[in-house]
Design a protein around this ligand. Structure first.
Ligand code: ARG
Length: 461
């Protein structure tokens, strides 16, 4: 059978393999409600401008709503022979309302239609992700407030560096997520121009009102160049790149959760609700959700790379290659949503082992910088000299496998005679974190203030 949409030019139908490689309905059926929204607005505009009679517009819009209802009820039959969501919807519309359906495609092409549908879908999805990310921030900030003063080891190079607090560590992710939200919001702002009316590539001779359609669909304005409208997917690329960076942040946190829940670290515990067991090793409590957040970042990054490569060699304007944008975008953004939800769940669930965190906070000579700072402050030593003296003291303690605070005053004075026993006060981890009061530093009072500021801000959103 030749095609219902372009059968005029064709005597026979496609080869089976042609249909198989060409059809996108298996995945673009997810665009059904966006497609129908776009068609409702287009029909409204065609009526308003007098391009179509009111009676045709009413028939078309009634029919589109009926199609939407069938899709929602699960009674709609999607057909591969009809290639994609656009032609599936239009064909069913024709069954339902007859010849009026054939007028809907006036001054429109699938090229501007699919760009519009994708933008609507990506925009809807960004809005959902933003809400989820705000919730993750709230979960982090609330836990940070609860553990604002819980001392833990801070690392650089995964080596003990300086003591910090658990709350401070969590607030680091609140900041990262804030930037992730900012990037998604930027992408949303830039994508919010309506391609509908660009038609196939050159615009149309019908007296359409593109600003009207754009307004109906919640876009800020119509796109300004018809060629650009149907040929670019940078809105998808930009959203994917924001998603990829966000996924990288979540993956790093997930990696920390994996480390922290190990017997060797033992920094936090996840409840049964967020742990899985082993079929052979009875002692196991595996952090599978964290591992999957880490793992799923791979497909999100892959989707960005995949679409960049699809786009990079395409001449203007639309090429069918661009149909390959969909599965990656759908999968990546849906995976990200799942990862954010799992992360929020884990954050609310996790219980830090405060005693153990504190014990390890001092390990590895983590207060050596406090000692050096003390030499600078009290003995007015230049920092480089203080660094040297402290290094010698650390060497002494480490040769005997003891902490700095276990050295006697006499032993310290052999390295630097002016040291007094006041120095012992700065060797404690609590004292160390309390002293880090510089803006953005780890002092519990700072952390409490920042956590409260975030909670207040997030609750107002
Ligand atoms: N299914 C197509 C896509 O997703 C719709 C646009 C088709 N346009 C065309 N000229 N064949 O890209």
């Amino acid at each position: 059978m030749s095609n219902r949409m372009w059968g005029g030019r064709f005597a026979s139908g496609p080869a089976a393999i042609m249909e198989e490689i060409n059809a996108s309905i298996d995945f673009d059926k997810r665009l059904a409600s966006q497609d129908i929204r776009g068609s409702l607005a287009h029909a409204e505009m065609l009526g308003k401008t007098g391009i179509l009679d009111k009676s045709d517009v009413e028939a078309i819009q009634g029919g589109l709503k009926a199609v939407q209802a069938e899709i929602e009820a699960g009674s709609f039959t999607f057909s591969r022979a009809l290639e994609d969501i656009h032609m599936n919807v239009e064909s069913r519309l024709k069954d339902l309302v007859g010849p009026a359906a054939g007028r809907l495609h006036t001054a429109r092409s699938r090229n501007d239609q699919v760009a519009t549908d994708m933008k609507l879908w990506v925009r809807d999805t960004i809005d959902g992700l933003d809400e989820q990310l705000a919730d993750l921030q709230l979960a982090l900030a609330e836990k940070a407030l609860e553990f604002a003063g819980a001392v833990m080891p801070g690392f650089t190079h995964l080596q003990s560096a300086q003591p910090v607090t658990f709350g401070h560590h969590l607030l680091a992710y609140v900041e990262m997520v804030a930037r992730d939200r900012g990037r998604l919001a930027d992408a949303r702002r830039r994508l919010n121009e309506c391609p509908l009316g660009a038609a196939a590539l050159a615009g149309t001779s019908f007296p359409i009102d593109r600003a009207f359609t754009a307004g109906l669909l919640g876009f800020d304005r119509p796109t300004a160049n018809s060629l650009d409208s149907v040929s670019d997917r940078d809105f998808a690329l930009e959203t994917l790149s924001a998603a990829a960076i966000c996924a990288v942040h979540l993956s790093r946190f997930a990696e920390e959760i994996v480390l922290w829940t190990s017997a060797q670290f033992g920094f936090v515990r996840l409840s049964d609700a967020f742990s899985t067991g082993s079929s052979i090793m009875p002692q196991k409590r595996n952090p599978d959700a964290a591992e999957l957040v880490r793992g799923k970042s791979g497909r999100i990054l892959g989707a960005l790379m995949g679409l960049l490569v699809v786009m990079k060699g395409l001449p203007l304007t639309y090429s069918k290659d661009m149909q390959e944008d969909k599965e990656g975008v759908f999968d990546a953004l849906q995976s990200l949503s799942l990862c954010i939800a799992a992360m929020s769940g884990m954050v609310r669930d996790m219980e830090p082992d405060v005693k153990r965190l504190k014990r390890w906070a001092g390990a590895g000579y983590a207060t050596a910088t406090d000692l050096a700072d003390w030499l600078v402050r009290v003995l007015e030593m230049p920092f480089r000299d203080a660094h040297h003296v402290t290094g010698r003291l650390v060497g002494l303690a480490s040769a005997r496998d003891i902490g700095l605070e276990k050295l006697t005053l006499a032993e310290m004075q052999e390295v630097e005679p002016r040291i007094t026993d006041e120095v012992f006060a700065v060797l404690g981890v609590e004292r160390s974190v309390k002293s880090r009061t510089s803006y953005g530093g780890t002092a519990p009072a700072n952390v409490r203030g920042q956590a409260k500021r975030w909670i207040g801000r997030l609750q107002k959103e």
